[in-house]
Design a protein around this ligand. Structure first.
Ligand SMILES: [Zn+2]
Length: 262
């Protein structure tokens, strides 16, 4: 089971050079610095696991010819707005956020992958396909949710939860370098094959737009109205509105990072 992904890596390495030269992959290691991630009292710090997988992913993608940018490459805290700003400063880019899950219920386990914009779905499906099939964990599916880092990015953006650090089995896996390397390789495979959803994955369990549960998120109407205001109002007005709405979003984000994105 642990070596099952090797053939994928070998198969897809041929096609990677073609798009690898121009695409920028912005890798976002969740949390960092004073923000450990996870839940209070959690033994294994999420921030260390996310950074290690992110650095491994950087090495793999760089070796495959991708332009790789890290939102952090050390144990520092980067605000969510800063992470998004980095991603949005690249044009032909994708944004990959790496997290591990946590919950007080230690039995909870599995891999889940989040996206928000429609254009992010192929990347989410591909990454989820590889990570879920490479992990000895439950497949919790591809889900749509308005996480700040997914909502505010202008490029395809995906957040992958690489298992529960509050689950003894998954935490034990996460603490081995071989498993973290495996996770990085599967995420890289998803980046390489991000446009193959719907053809190559036809017989596998990949969520389609119809089967993805649309989860409730507070500000769907705000997103719609701010789009309208951008096209109908003057630059000055929309800039003002943007400023005030980003202030709101920052406090939202702070609230979210202590809870849903924690
Ligand atoms: Zn996290």
């Amino acid at each position: 089971m642990l070596l099952a992904g090797t053939s994928y890596a070998a198969k897809s390495s041929r096609s990677s050079a073609a798009d690898g030269s121009s695409l920028t992959v912005v890798i976002d290691a969740g949390h960092g610095g004073h923000d450990r991630g996870g839940i209070p009292g959690q033994r294994v710090a999420e921030k260390d696991m996310t950074l290690d997988v992110a650095l491994r992913l950087r090495n793999i993608l760089s070796a495959n010819g991708y332009n790789v940018v890290m939102t952090r490459s050390t144990d520092v805290f980067v605000p969510l707005g800063g992470r998004v700003a980095i991603a949005n400063s690249y044009r032909n880019a994708v944004f990959v956020c790496i997290h591990f899950n946590a919950t007080p219920r230690s039995g909870a386990s599995g891999i889940e992958t989040y996206f928000y914009s429609r254009e992010s779905l192929p990347l989410a499906s591909a990454i989820h396909y590889y990570v879920a099939s490479g992990a000895p964990s439950e497949n919790r599916g591809v889900r749509r949710r308005g996480y700040y880092v997914l909502r505010k990015t202008n490029v395809p953006a995906v957040l992958v939860e690489c298992g529960f650090l509050t689950n003894p089995t998954e935490a034990a896996y996460a603490q081995t370098t071989s498993y973290r390397q495996r996770l990085a390789e599967e995420i890289a495979a998803g980046v390489r094959r991000r446009n193959a959803v719907g053809s190559g994955f036809g017989t596998t369990r990949v969520a389609t737009a119809e089967s993805i549960p649309l989860q409730p998120y507070m500000d769907q109407t705000k997103v719609t109205s701010s789009k309208k205001s951008r096209s109908k109002r003057s630059h000055k007005k929309s800039a003002r509105k943007k400023k005030s709405s980003s202030k709101r979003s920052d406090s939202e984000a702070r609230a979210a990072s202590s809870d849903r994105e924690g």
